[in-house]
Design a protein around this ligand. Structure first.
Ligand code: SF4
Ligand code: SF4
Length: 356
């Protein structure tokens, strides 16, 4: 039996103990909220209490120095209360209105970008990229940096028809929220892994590697005491490489970036939506990825010009039709847009109860 209030390091502590006192006091009794500027909003409760939010961008992969800096600012103006949103915006939460202006001044003086609230681009949610992950087909932090540089004005001031949520996942495992973002980038491989027959017998477990392939493309190669891959069946997902490091899939010439659009989480006006493919592949061209940035900019600008007020990207595309979307954006419609992968029916992941 657990002891009440016992402190352990198992599991996260209850979130309520970290809420600012004004939120604890008015929990579930908020009347309305209002956007005061691109980076400031106020929530007003039934009792008349108010809490102000000041949002700034973060680079997501952050240093301890950055955490110390924002913590010191939160101590000075917000009684220590700040939070990270799921897209890694930093939000300073103040109950004392008189500190709102001095907080914004200090943030500006220190070079923070204030914005991202309302019908704008907010911080990008992204994955690990070349910094951390073994299966990345593109970089995440690098792409996010160039996109945020390009869309800085859409974060700090310029308005769009509705909010636009951007995301980057550096492979199709998709640790980022690519499936439910308005415009999103996914790193893609385009060639099957190349088996390293020297290492496979020593480094990999044959049955679990065969079992890791969603399309059944891997089979034993008894003569070599190794594995072979049926290239026709391979969909370049990289799953086998996670299980067996002797099946490398990264390929600097063929890896690249796909773009999907039209996803959303919110159910305002209509239900959540899945994103759909619009660019099957663009080259990895670090450090500034000009082809990818131009493609995202092109989509965003056509959306900004044509969508109705409050229409999310996916809602706009559904209203005008995908055919018109491809016409307006000038994106070529190719065979990759047709979902006809022959071996998809054989996939072992057709249910939510995913089995190895
Ligand atoms: S999306 Fe893929 S490459 Fe990126 S962090 Fe996740 S598993 Fe790694
Ligand atoms: S797991 Fe993915 S990358 Fe590996 S062989 Fe199967 S389909 Fe190809």
């Amino acid at each position: 039996m657990s002891t009440p209030q016992r402190k352990t390091d198992i599991g996260p502590p209850h979130y309520k103990q970290f809420l600012p006192p004004v939120i604890q006091k008015n929990y579930g009794q908020w009347k309305y909220h209002e956007e005061l500027s691109a980076g400031v909003m106020v929530h007003v409760s039934e009792s008349g209490d108010e809490i102000y939010t000041v949002r700034v961008a973060s680079p997501r992969l952050i240093s301890t120095d950055f955490i110390r800096e924002i913590s010191d600012i939160a101590d000075k103006y917000c009684d220590g209360y700040l939070r990270f949103t799921s897209r890694h915006n930093v939000e300073f939460l103040l109950s004392d209105k008189s500190k709102l202006e001095p907080l914004q001044k200090e943030l500006k003086d220190k070079g923070f970008a204030i914005g991202g609230i309302g019908n704008r681009v907010s911080n990008l949610v992204h994955t690990q990229g070349w910094v951390h992950c073994h299966s990345a087909a593109t970089d995440a932090s690098g792409l996010v940096k160039v996109l945020m540089d390009e869309f800085y004005d859409y974060f700090t001031s310029k308005e769009l028809p509705s909010r636009v949520r951007l995301a980057v996942a550096c492979c199709t495992n998709m640790c980022g929220a690519v499936h439910c973002s308005d415009i999103a980038l996914v790193g893609v491989h385009r060639k099957p892994p190349i088996p390293d027959h020297e290492r496979i017998p020593n480094q990999c477990e044959i049955p679990s590697t065969i079992g890791s392939c969603p399309t059944g493309a891997i089979s034993p190669d008894p003569a070599k005491k190794s594995l072979k891959i049926n290239d026709e069946k391979c969909m370049y997902c990289g799953n086998c490489y996670s299980v067996c490091p002797a099946l490398p899939i990264a390929d600097p010439d063929n890896d690249g970036v796909a773009i999907v659009v039209g996803g959303k989480v919110g159910s305002l006006r209509n239900g959540p939506k899945f994103s759909k493919l619009v660019y099957p592949w663009l080259p990895n061209n670090p450090p500034r990825w000009p082809e990818v940035v131009n493609a995202v900019k092109g989509i965003l600008e056509v959306y900004a010009k044509n969508a109705r007020k409050h229409e999310r990207v996916g809602e706009w595309v559904e209203r005008i039709g995908w055919e018109k979307f491809f016409k307006l954006t000038g994106i070529p419609f190719t065979f990759q847009h047709i979902d006809d992968f022959t071996f998809a029916r054989e996939t072992w992941r057709t249910s939510a109860a995913f089995k190895w």
